[in-house]
Each structure stands twice: as C-alpha cells, then as structure tokens.
Design a protein. Structure first.
Length: 501
C-alpha cells in the first residue's frame, strides 16, 4: 500500500470515529434554546421548610420494576408509607435535601432531544419496563402540605469527573442540563429511622437471663428442645453467675459486646403485627385472637405453645436498674434484599433454613440472612435494682465490772448508747434516702416501660445475621478462664542443652 492509500484509509477511519462520537454524545442544542440557561430549575421553591414529603423512585434491575421510597409528615408525625407508616426521624434530613434543591440552576444545557435521555441516564424510572437499567435515573419529588410539587427532578449520570455535576431533567420535558448539585439523599430504610431503637443504657443493665431453647416443627406439631436458663447478675459492679469453677469468671468483654449490640441495634426492616396482637401487647381489653393472628405469629417464628408464647430460637431477657425488663425474642430466618428485606411482600420464611443452617453455614457469607425479632418491654418492681446499703450498726457490748466503779460503768454505757443512737439515726436517714431513690427509680421505670411498650407493640423487626450472632449466646460464650495467659506464649522447650552455661 502506497503512502497515498495509507492516507486515505486514515482519513476514512477518522471520519468513522467522528461519526460514532457524534452519534454517542448528546446533540448540541440550538442557539435559541439557551435562553433559560442559568435560571433556577424551580423558581417557586424558595422555602425548604415548606416540604412535607419526599419521594424517590429508582429502577430495580433485579425485579424489573420501579422501587418507591417515600417519607411524609402525616397526622402530626413523620412516617415512611412504603414501610407500613413506620415512624421516621426525617425532618432534618428532608430539610437538608430540600435545601439542596432550592438553589440549583440550569447551569449548562446539554441536549434537547429525547433520543439523548438514555445516554445521559435520565429516562424516567416510572416508565414501562424494558430497556437498559443504566439509562434510568433517580426521580426525586418534593411536595408541600397541599400535595403540590415543589420540586420534581430526574437525576441521571455524572456529567464530569468531579462528581458534583450531574445530568438532570424535569419530567415531561426533553431538555437535559448539566447541573452542579450535592444532594445528600439516601433511600435506605435504616438511614431514615430513629437509630436508638431500644433506648437502653448498657451501664444500667444489672441482670441478663439467657433462655436458650429451640422450637422445631415435626409434621403439624411443635416440640421444645435444648431448654436451659442461665442468669448473669451484676452485684456490686461485678458480674457473676451460678456454677463458676474456682478458675472461671464471667467474661466482661463478651457481656460488653452483647449489651453494646443491644444499645446500637441496627434493624434492616419491619413488619406490622396484626391488630389483635397489638391490642394484646398494649393490654387493651376485648382483644380477640384468631387463626389469622396465630398464623402470622408462626410465620415469623413465634409459636403459642404450653400456654405461653415461645420463640423459635429462644429469648434474651435484660433487666435494667429501673425495673424495665426487655424480652428480646428470636424468630425465624428471613432471606431477602432491598425492599423485600425492609418491608417485604409478607412472604413466608423458609422453615427449613434453621434446620439446615449448620450444614450450610459456609454456603453464604454472614449478613445474607436476616431474622425476625420481637421486643417486649415491661416493668417489674422485683427487678428494680436494690440500693447498696451498709450493715446496720451493732449494739454496744456489755462492759466488764472491773476495774471500773459502778458510776464509771454507767457513764461509759450511756456514752456508748448515745453513740449507737446517733449511728442508728444516720442509718435510718440513709434508709429513707435509699427508699426514696428506689421509689423514684421505680416510678421512672414504670413510665419508661409504658413508652417502650407503645414503641415496640406494633412491630416485628428484621435484624442481620451478625447482630443475631452477638445476641444469641450461650452460657459458655459468657464465661472465661482466669488462667488465660496475659502475655505472648513462650516457645516450647526443645529439651536441648543449655549452651549458656
């Protein structure tokens, strides 16, 4: 091939590449279409506090359908409608998101053609199924109390490498803009709810009861296996339990890991209990329990049996110093992802999961399985931690008659009696103060238990496998040997000669 031919080929290739580049980038808009460039996207949206609802729609490639997450202010509180109106801690987060949308402008017009929407990733996720999932954007809609849209925007792909400029489009319009924006937006259920679920202070826990057992189904019947109850108690700031050998002690670190998990319990999802179950837990009169209520309990791994409610994997009972007693009940395994895990289609758990777990524990990484959890909070006066009190003063001993005179003995006895009376007066005053503190603590516990009862009554919770492992412990997990070496182990003696001597 001569030089002339080589040049012709190069020109042809360059022309093809240019054509491909032109085809795969947004078409340049016409000059008269730039007239609104630099103007606000939502000129009437000026007050972020006017926002009372936020909806985010994303396309779920797994299900092939839009996934909707919504937070709104309704009936005097923030809730998540997509998750059974679970209470949301969303005011500040929504205000922050709304503020980030009030000031955005149409920085750069990048295309006016519908054909470029897929390339920029701004196809409406609510459009009919089909097509490339990567072409669909995230649609964010903010409304006020009247339901009017304050902002409605589809956010697509990044428009440059700095990560702060995005392709955006207003639904129903063809124009695509490159906009600088920083929207701190999460559609994760856990990011929108109260993070302190249990409202527990680990330092205030003074008794832990492990109710270890399992409920297995054999045909249409259930049977109880491996039943064992163990109490751990913190007396004078030291944890102890019955049956410790001379070289054993309660593992304080293991206790701390467990109580810390309770304090920082992360929930992955929620399910509503039936109205009858809620009424029963709230102590309402006339609650009628039917087959549907029992079926819902059994589906979640909670089995009415022997005249009581049993849990598939036992219970953890935690007593606090104010008399609040938490029953943390471990139900059935649930496996799912995304909205199915968070709010679910109420699909039944795989009952064989628990029985097969030991055989398949290496088949799936930790965290892929979740578990239903029920929390019940009650007040028990006998579980209010007693006050620490010294022993009462001892009565003065009798005085020997020698070598003192009767008058001297009488004087000494009167002095000792007066000293004893002063000690008893101080002791009674301390008893009264102790009783007052006990009663105040008990009263605070009654109030807190009532609040927690209302908080937990409506919900089954879904927790991750890691949290379950840290909470579902046995006695041997919380007991350690006192003789564990404190430093590094020495190398074994090889029996050789001591060459140093």
């Amino acid at each position: 091939m001569n030089d002339f031919a080589k040049t012709g080929v190069a020109v042809a290739v360059a022309a093809v590449l240019a054509a491909v580049a032109a085809w795969t980038r947004p078409a340049a808009p016409k000059d008269d279409e730039f007239r609104d460039q630099g103007q606000p996207l939502f000129p009437d949206f000026k007050d972020p506090l006017a926002a009372t609802s936020l909806q985010v729609v994303e396309y779920d490639a797994t299900t092939g359908a839009p996934s909707v997450f919504k937070v709104e202010f309704k009936n005097g509180r923030w809730t998540i409608p997509s998750h059974f109106d679970y209470p949301a801690d969303g005011k500040d987060r929504l205000a922050k998101t709304a503020t980030s949308l009030t000031g955005i402008r149409k920085d750069t017009l990048r295309s006016s053609r519908k054909e470029d929407h897929a390339l920029c990733g701004v196809v409406d996720p609510e459009e009919s199924a089909g097509g490339d999932a990567a072409a669909r954007g995230r649609r964010i809609t903010i409304r006020d109390a009247s339901g009017a849209a304050l902002a409605d925007l589809i956010v697509g792909k990044k428009a440059d490498e700095d990560g702060k400029t995005w392709f955006v489009r207003v639904p129903g319009q063809n124009r695509v803009y490159a906009v600088k924006m920083e929207v701190d937006l999460s559609t994760k259920f856990g990011d929108w709810i109260e993070t302190d679920l249990t409202k527990i202070d680990p330092a205030g826990i003074w008794r832990i009861t492990l109710e270890n057992y399992a409920v297995q189904q054999v045909g249409p019947y259930f049977k109880l296996t491996d039943e064992k109850v163990t109490d751990f108690e913190k007396a004078r700031d030291e944890w102890t339990t019955e049956g410790l050998a001379a070289d054993q002690a309660v593992d304080v670190k293991a206790i701390g890991d467990m109580t810390g998990t309770i304090d920082d319990l992360k929930i992955l999802g929620v399910r509503r209990k039936t109205p009858a179950m809620v009424a029963l837990l709230k102590g309402e009169e006339g609650a009628k329990f039917g087959d549907a209520d029992i079926g819902d309990l059994v589906d979640k791994g909670f089995i009415p049996m022997r005249g009581e409610l049993l849990s598939k994997e036992g219970n953890l009972v935690v007593s606090c110093e104010d008399g609040v007693v938490y029953q943390i009940r471990f139900g059935a395994v649930f496996t799912g992802t995304g909205i199915d895990l968070e709010a679910g289609g109420e699909k039944k758990p795989d009952g064989k999961k628990d029985e097969e777990k030991e055989e398949k524990k290496d088949a799936a990484p930790a965290g892929t399985e979740a578990r239903y959890l029920m929390i019940i909070a009650t007040f028990s006066e006998k579980d209010v931690k007693p006050e620490k009190m010294d022993d009462p003063p001892r009565s003065p001993a009798r005085i020997s008659t020698r070598p003192w005179t009767p008058w001297r003995i009488q004087q000494e006895e009167e002095a000792r009696r007066a000293d004893y009376d002063r000690q008893m007066a101080d002791y009674r005053a301390k008893l009264m103060e102790s009783g007052k503190r006990f009663n105040e603590r008990a009263e605070a516990g009654r109030k807190r238990a009532k609040q927690l009862q209302a908080r937990f009554a409506d919900w089954y919770y879904v927790i991750g496998a890691e949290a379950f492992t840290k909470l579902h412990v046995k006695r041997e997990d919380l007991v350690t040997s006192k003789n564990k070496p404190a430093g590094p182990e020495l190398p074994p003696d090889d029996g050789g000669d001591d060459h140093g001597h």
